[in-house]
Design a protein around this ligand. Sequence first.
Ligand code: FES
Length: 153
Amino acid sequence: MKVSEIVDKHGNARENLIQILHDLQDASGDHSLHREDLEDLAGIMGLSVSDIVGTASFYTMFSLQPRGRHIIRVCVSPPCHIMGDDNILAAVRDKLGVELGETTADRMFTFESSSCLGACGVAPVLSIDDEVYGNLTRAKVHEIIDRIVAANN
Ligand code: FES
């Protein structure tokens, strides 16, 4: 989808910028915002590129760097921390061989932390793309990742 089509869908008022950035990132193919798209967007919306980049940089859900096909976010807010987010972070790290903020060499996964994912009752929790997984153990994390890898092969 082109930048102009996304702006047309939402309207070019400043208050629609976050939703427009979401759609732009979803359409990017690598879960990131591309510089050339932000330049087009600035022209269409009558904003400066630095204003748009500043807004995008403020929110952790946006990335200005290319990311993997799937985004794994481990919740590190207090309820998940108390229930062992360290174990879950270690399980993802061991399974993927990357550190927080990194993308696997095959560009399949990007590993990130997150604030509350809204499922504290089943802490510890992680999300993969739009799916949230709870009551996690190391084994369960490995199993979930294996399932996604198998589905992509
Ligand atoms: S604190 Fe982890 S889901 Fe709410």
